[in-house]
Design a protein around this ligand. Structure first.
Ligand code: SF4
Length: 255
């Protein structure tokens, strides 16, 4: 018998409450960025109820460093899909130690889900949306079980689907905070240099945005930053940032 594929859904009331709260937070704190926004969110407003979700990808070290500065005990959630480059796993361990992060948690896909729906480990080739759902969306839902809010490293420059991203939004009954939303590649590179942060080992090989090994390729000059993700298909997001009841708490939503 197959494992169930539908995770627990937030109640309608939870979704409405989170949407309204996100609008309020965006109105009050949406002008803040980076460390200033993290200080308020981790240290005050969402204290004890917030985690950073990190892929330990090519730009992740900046946000990890900022969070470590605010509070190194902030929970950091990493989804180990079982398909990552070995370089990413080593980079996770090295950064964790260098930044002094004390609560990095790794979540695997459920063995039940993988066994039932991806027995040969090649679901990514047959049905990448289902593969992402089993290996990312469901594990994230479990990982976020104890939190009402989370921090992401998404940025507006990363493509058309992220152009209108606000600093604070709601997603499936939770608050989502995007402290680097307006940062550019130049800002990010400057911060790596200023802080002496190590680059992901695959940057030197031309990788710009890094996810699972079967679904990531290096990009050529002039290509979109995320062009190497699910290249050749019309898929551009793994699904953890998409929800039917999400609301962007930007100006339109606030009206
Ligand atoms: S990125 Fe590819 S391998 Fe990773 S979970 Fe999604 S489809 Fe599967």
């Amino acid at each position: 018998m197959s494992a169930p594929l539908v995770p627990g859904r937030p109640s309608h009331d939870d979704v409405l409450l989170a949407n309204a709260y996100a609008v309020e937070l965006e109105r009050e704190y949406g002008h803040l960025q980076g460390r200033a926004l993290l200080d308020v969110m981790i240290g005050e407003v969402l204290h004890g109820d917030i985690a950073l979700v990190s892929s330990f990808g090519t730009e992740a070290a900046v946000l990890l460093a900022l969070v470590a500065e605010v509070d190194p005990a902030t929970p950091v959630l990493f989804l180990d899909t079982g398909m990552h480059f070995s370089e990413t796993l080593r980079y996770r361990d090295a950064l964790t130690e260098q930044l002094g992060l004390t609560d990095v948690r790794t979540f695997d896909p459920s063995a039940l889900d993988a066994g039932a729906h991806d027995p040969d480990g090649r679901l990514w080739a047959r049905n990448p949306n289902l593969c992402c759902y089993l290996r990312k969306v469901l594990p994230l839902e479990r990982a976020l079980g104890g939190f009402g809010s989370w921090i992401t490293g998404r940025k507006q420059y990363q493509g058309a689907s992220r152009e209108a991203l606000p600093a604070i939004e709601a997603s499936s009954g939770r608050i989502k905070v995007n402290p680097l939303v307006t940062w550019t590649p130049v800002d990010i590179a400057g911060e790596y240099e200023r802080r002496g942060l190590p680059l992901h080992p695959l940057v030197a090989a031309g990788y710009n945005s890094i996810g699972c090994a079967p679904c990531t390729r290096p990009i050529a000059t002039g290509e979109e930053p995320r062009a190497g993700r699910w290249s050749g298909s019309n898929k551009s997001e793994c699904g953890i940032h998409v929800g039917g009841d999400d609301v962007a708490a930007g100006p339109a939503a606030a009206e």
